[in-house]
Design a protein around this ligand. Structure first.
Ligand code: FAD
Length: 455
């Protein structure tokens, strides 16, 4: 067994880095994190506070394993389903799951990050802020750290380096430069803008607090997730170019006209939308698939650094946290035999992270367009009826991904089979009562095996 006194450096104190560090320290390793940003606990109180994430089964499981879920839960808001705001501002609520146990949680990104950083430090992880990784020598384990405060460089040497430094990972770029890696990078032709709906009187929510709100408009959409303080974090997704695009929203007048015509209801509860829109940067979204994620038992990529995905299934951080569960499980088995641990980790994860990347792209069309289509809603009802009758065989794709820890690749594959079954069963009917149950029985028993659901 290789010694646990080996030093591990992690790059990035975003969401995944501190959680993994907590697990490694618990297993007796020495861990230091280098983060290029300033310490967010000392940044201005309102910075990025309203921006939030959807947390579900995989993320919650990993937080539970770290002993953090009970504490984190206090800063979440339960979301029971989607609230669809039609073009004429009619509201339709679509529950996420079969009952009230199938829910997801909105959590402030900054709140989660601060809580993870605090928990990591409390357990002995040293986090060095304003230290940008500017280079990494695989052969020696030397990191070139650029101090953002003094503008000086220093070199530190570590036995193992884990890149949790997000979609533009410096560690990935270093491994790539050695011609050791295949990378595909697919930039979406859509961008996003983060906006905020302020709290109402006494910190109340001005929209239903327990829903993820969607204003689906065909080729674009606005979404809003609740925060504990009564605000909502909103994201507007628009094409960069063409009709209804960022290219056409250059002035306050453009933005005001666009919001008033496309999202009048949202504009009414978001009087500052034009200021927000003009002040906030436009973000881009990318899918990154690369391999290998590791080199020479010395370097590993994890989270967005290894597999950035688009945000439409709300799974990026859930997937990154699940990486921690899988990696720590392997560390429990193989100790500090990093070569073996890293190899088995990628073998277990890559097929699944590729699958969620594809599912996330697929879900974009569902969210911005199909959620308001009556045929889509009918299929959802049929799905629930099939699940109620065949709970071991037919579990909706959304549930496999979000409420269970079924491997993503299984969810993708079974989802495709189930889609075909649904199409055959829904064809020509528009009431669940008219379902041909003997056909359903034949198709489901013929094509699906019982689903193994990890506890
Ligand atoms: C608009 C949007 C909405 C999203 N919504 C959801 C959601 O609802 N649910 C969900 O599960 N996921 C969501 N995601 C995805 C989620 O945000 C990411 O998957 C998650 O942040 C990845 O965590 P990470 O720790 O791997 O990377 P990051 O959170 O990106 O953290 C990387 C860290 O590394 C630091 N860093 C980078 N380069 C260096 C360097 N050279 N040296 C030192 N430090 C460095 C960065 O400053 C950062 O702190 C969303 C993403 C977007 C863009």
């Amino acid at each position: 067994m290789i010694s646990k006194s080996e030093s591990i450096a992690m790059i990035g104190a975003g969401l995944v880095g501190p959680l993994l560090a907590i697990g490694l320290v618990k297993r007796g390793f020495n861990v230091e994190i280098y983060e290029r940003r300033p310490d967010m606990r000392r940044a201005s109180a309102s910075a990025g506070r309203s921006i939030n994430l959807a947390l579900s089964a995989r993320g919650i499981h990993a937080l539970r394993e770290a002993g953090l879920w009970d504490e984190m839960r206090r800063i979440t808001v339960v979301m029971k389903g989607r609230m669809i705001h039609s073009a004429s501002e009619e509201l339709t609520f679509q529950p996420y799951g079969k009952d009230d146990s199938e829910i997801i949680y909105a959590i402030s990104r900054a709140g989660l990050n601060v809580a993870l950083i605090n928990a990591a430090e409390a357990r002995g992880v040293q986090i060095n802020f304003r230290q940008r990784c500017a280079g990494f020598t695989l052969k020696t384990g030397e990191l070139d750290l650029h101090d953002q405060h003094t503008d000086e460089h220093r070199v530190v040497q570590r036995d193992v380096v884990i890149g949790c430094d997000g979609s533009a990972s410096s560690i990935r770029n270093e491994i790539l430069d050695l011609n050791r890696m295949d990378v595909s990078q697919e930039l979406l032709d859509y961008g996003y803008k983060e906006l905020t709906i302020s709290a109402g009187p006494g910190g109340s929510h001005t929209l239903d607090a327990h829903a993820l709100h969607i204003w689906p408009r065909g080729n674009h959409m606005l979404i809003a997730l609740p925060n504990v303080d009564g605000t909502f974090g909103c994201i507007l997704f628009l094409p960069f170019e063409g009709r209804d695009s960022f290219a056409h929203l250059a002035t306050r007048a453009d933005v005001t006209a666009f919001f008033s015509s496309r999202f009048p209801g949202a504009a009414a509860v978001m009087p500052q939308f034009a200021d927000n829109f003009l002040a906030n940067p436009t973000g881009s979204m990318v899918t990154i698939k690369c391999s290998p994620w590791h080199a020479e038992g010395r370097a590993l990529l994890l989270g967005d650094a290894a597999h950035a995905i688009v945000p439409f299934f709300g799974q990026g951080i859930n997937c990154g946290f699940e990486d921690c569960t899988v990696l720590l499980g392997l560390v429990d088995r193989h100790g500090a035999d990093w070569e073996r641990t890293f190899t088995e980790f990628e073998k277990a994860r890559k097929i699944n992270t590729d699958a969620i990347a594809d599912l996330a792209l697929e879900n974009f069309v569902e969210m911005r367009d199909r959620v308001s289509d009556p045929r889509f809603l009918f299929r959802k009802k049929v799905e629930l009826a099939l699940e109620a009758r065949y709970p071991q065989l037919f579990v909706p794709k959304y549930a496999m991904v979000t409420f269970h820890r079924v491997p993503y690749a299984t969810a993708l594959h079974r989802g495709q089979l189930q889609d075909r079954i649904l199409t055959q069963l829904c064809d020509g009917i528009d009431r669940v009562d008219d379902l041909d149950w003997s056909k359903a029985d034949r198709l489901i028993r013929g094509e699906l095996t019982p689903l193994e659901i990890p506890s």
